[in-house]
Every structure is written in structure tokens, then in C-alpha cells.
Design a protein around this ligand. Structure first.
Ligand code: TMO
Length: 320
């Protein structure tokens, strides 16, 4: 007890006359590492590092583990990794909900940010393809998006395969004149976009919001048929194709959640309290990605800057 009480954080807080709640003064409750999951897009990398630094500041030992956006939830349920701060409905709903229902993973709460992950075009494309953002209008213009590999069909520049979006199946279910070609990593999406914008060439690619793109380029998401709960993903008879699932888009106003190991609350109570309070807004997420993807900072630098700029937000996470 005495040893724990004299952690640096507690000692500094006492010296500064800051009162700490009992639970926080007792952190870290264990010297075992808290393992924070990292995924492969910028805001997640920056914000998981922010949270790791905050927990380190409370005295915890923190480790980071990279994981696949679909497989991570089973690993979290099993306690091999402890939490993930950005689970997106459009790409992860199925794997997230399965891990909660079948494996005992904990839904650690929903952020205020509303999300969308969908086909997206820069604004100038709308002049070359009348009727956007309707997906049928896009499909009529498919040929302007053709590349050698896909001609005469259009190319959809799809996300890395682990983001769980089966666009080949959507294209088939909606009988579209497109071929989905997945990139290997997010940076390739932005390289394709920058190159197309520079030449004002037609391009349609996977994008999401909140993201830094909205601060850099004007554009729009393509409106596909809206899903209704799980029906589009699970019931072939639902939707405009009676024989196939996936004949719809992603939700236009999706959730963003935190995922946690069920043992976190008992083993690291103060960290669990922080995780529950974390509540990202769209501006906070877009801002995190902007620091790296536009300003060119490293993940570490961006996390430090985000922490420096969001002192009030972080203080609210630590309130018991
Ligand atoms: C999961 N993501 C935010 C990249 O669409």
C-alpha cells in the first residue's frame, strides 16, 4: 500500500495539492502491462497512443500490439490484448457483435462521433457524372473510372482487405459495372486520390469520416441503399437483389465504439474508468489524423501534440 501510494504521479499530485480519488491514487493496481491494440489507420494509431501515454502518466506499464481489424475482437475477448479505442460500425460491426455475444468481449461504450465508411468521389467528379451521389448514377458512368486492369468496367479503389469490406460481393449483389481492387495500406488510397486530383481525373475510392480528408478535399460519399439492422448482411431476400446479401451500403450515420477485455475492470480499475469515459468527437478524430496525414508528424509527435491541445478532455477522462 505504502509503496503504491508513493508512485511518482501520486507524490507530485500531493505536492501540488491536487486531491486524487482513492482509486486513482492506487493506480497502477498491477505492474503487468496493459496491452493496447493498434490498427492500421492514422486516427486509431494516434489516439491509442494518446490513451497509452495517459495511462503511463498514471503509473501503468503499457504495451502496444498491432492487430487485424476483424480478428482483434476475439483476441481482446480472450485477454491477449486489452482494449481498442476505435471500433467502426461500417467495417467492424459483425466481428465486434460476434465477440460480445459469443466470446464475452465487453462493449466499453459508444463515442459521440458518428461515422461513415463508404465509396467516395472528389467534387469535380460530379461534373463528369450527373446524378451523384446516387449509386445508380455512379454505375451509369462506370466507364470513366476504367483502368487497363478493369476496362471496360470501372475501378473502385478499395480498402485494405482486413477492413472487412467485401466490395466484390456488393458489386455483384448490385450488379454494378465495377471491379473492386483493394489497396494494401491506407497510404495507397491517399496516393491514388492525390494523383487523380492533380490531373482532375475520375476516381472513386474508399474513404471515411471523421478523417482528415474533409479538411483537404471537397467531395461526397456515394449513397447506396441504406441497410436496415442486420437484414442486408444476413437475409438474402432483403433488398433489391432477392438472392444475395450485401446489396446495400454501409450505415450513413454509424457508431464508433470501444472494445475491452472483460478482466480489465477487475485488474486495472482506474484504467477501466478512463476507458469508459473516453468519448471522441468527430473533430477530435479528424484532428488526430490531420496531424500525421497533413502536417507530417510521426504518431508519437501527433499524440504529444494532441495531448497538449486537449488537456481538458484528458482531465475529464481521469475524473473518478
Ligand atoms: C476503419 N476505417 C476507419 C479505416 O474505415
Amino acid at each position: 500500500m505504502i509503496k503504491k501510494f508513493l508512485t511518482t504521479t501520486a507524490a507530485i499530485a500531493l505536492a501540488a495539492g491536487i486531491s486524487m480519488s482513492a482509486a486513482q491514487a492506487a493506480a497502477p493496481e498491477s505492474d503487468d502491462p496493459i496491452i493496447i491494440v493498434q490498427n492500421n489507420w492514422t486516427s486509431q494509431l494516434v489516439l491509442s497512443t494518446v490513451v497509452g501515454k495517459v495511462l503511463q502518466g498514471m503509473g501503468y506499464t503499457v504495451e502496444y500490439a498491432p492487430s487485424d481489424s476483424q480478428l482483434q475482437f476475439k483476441a481482446i475477448a480472450d485477454g491477449d490484448m486489452h482494449f481498442q479505442v476505435e471500433a467502426w460500425e461500417g467495417s467492424m460491426k459483425g466481428a465486434f457483435e460476434k465477440a460480445v455475444a459469443e466470446d464475452g468481449m465487453v462493449d466499453a461504450g459508444t463515442h459521440d462521433a458518428k461515422t461513415r465508411e463508404e465509396w467516395w468521389v472528389p467534387k469535380y467528379v460530379a461534373d463528369k457524372c450527373p446524378g451523384l451521389p446516387d449509386w445508380k448514377a455512379l454505375d451509369k458512368c462506370a466507364e470513366i473510372f476504367a483502368v487497363a486492369e478493369t476496362a471496360p468496367k470501372g475501378r473502385f479503389v478499395g480498402p485494405p482487405a482486413d477492413w472487412g469490406k467485401n466490395y466484390a460481393e456488393r458489386v455483384k449483389a448490385l450488379k454494378m459495372n465495377f471491379v473492386a481492387i483493394n489497396v494494401g495500406q491506407a497510404a495507397t488510397l491517399w496516393a491514388e486520390l492525390d494523383a487523380a486530383v492533380a490531373k482532375k481525373e475520375p476516381v472513386v475510392l474508399f474513404n471515411w469520416t471523421p478523417n482528415y480528408i474533409e479538411a483537404k478535399y471537397e467531395g461526397m460519399f456515394i449513397d447506396f441503399p441504406e441497410p436496415e439492422g442486420d437484414k442486408c448482411a444476413k437475409d438474402p431476400s432483403w433488398g433489391i437483389n432477392p438472392d444475395m446479401v450485401n446489396d446495400c451500403g454501409a450505415p450513413r450515420s454509424g457508431w464508433l465504439k470501444k472494445a475491452a477485455w472483460s478482466g480489465l475492470a477487475d485488474k486495472f480499475p482506474a484504467a477501466w474508468s478512463v476507458l469508459q469515459k473516453i468519448n471522441f468527437t468527430s473533430a477530435q478524430i479528424a484532428g488526430a489524423s490531420l496531424l500525421v496525414d497533413v502536417d507530417g508528424m510521426s504518431t508519437e509527435e501527433a499524440a504529444d501534440k494532441w495531448i497538449a491541445d486537449n488537456g481538458d478532455v484528458i482531465a475529464s477522462w481521469k475524473k473518478m
